[in-house]
Write a protein that binds this ligand. Structure first.
Ligand SMILES: C[S@@+](CC[C@H](N)C(=O)[O-])C[C@H]1O[C@@H](n2cnc3c(N)ncnc32)[C@H](O)[C@@H]1O
Length: 145
């Protein structure tokens, strides 16, 4: 009898094309928030690290502060975060990003407030597990005058 073959992938992992585009767009020193399985930052942070080099932290905790500002912050956060968590997350990104730095976000929402959106990519989604529309946004933090 012929057996079916299955290929298992982690449903929450960003597709390789998405990760490689995000990585390609980074510049300078990179902070990767909510990194999951993808180590595309110089510094990678997650609540549940999968690798020893990942910093274990709740990035939404009031005392979360790496005491460093980066040239790029890249993030693929949980897509079901409500408005309050998205707002907190935005503040955390702002705190860790240099003026003029890049914020590269893969999410079903766009960066708000202090950012100019440079590019938006809509990845092809085949209607699987999460058939919401998402965008990879490349945004630049405005320089304070
Ligand atoms: C969509 S997954 C990221 C997937 C990643 N891009 C990949 O390809 O593996 C979201 C990640 O956010 C992490 N996360 C959720 N809440 C968090 C929090 N409050 N602080 C830090 N990380 C968090 C989860 O542990 C999970 O790894």
């Amino acid at each position: 009898m012929k057996r079916n073959k299955f290929l298992f992938v982690k449903a929450w992992r960003a597709p390789r094309d998405v990760l490689s585009l995000m990585k390609k767009k980074c510049k300078g020193r990179v902070l990767n928030l909510c990194c999951g399985d993808s180590l595309i930052g110089d510094v990678n942070v997650d609540l549940k690290p999968q690798y020893p080099q990942v910093i274990k932290a709740d990035i939404l905790a009031d005392d979360f502060d790496l005491k460093e500002q980066f040239d790029t912050v890249v993030a693929d956060p949980p897509w079901n975060w409500d408005y309050v968590r998205r707002h907190k997350f935005n503040k955390v990104v702002g705190k860790h990003l240099k003026d003029g730095g890049l914020f590269i976000l893969n999410a079903p929402w766009l960066p708000k407030y202090k950012y100019d959106i440079l590019e938006i990519y809509i990845p092809f989604v085949n209607g699987g597990f999460q058939s919401n529309i998402t965008a990879i946004t490349i945004a630049q933090k405005r320089i304070k005058k």
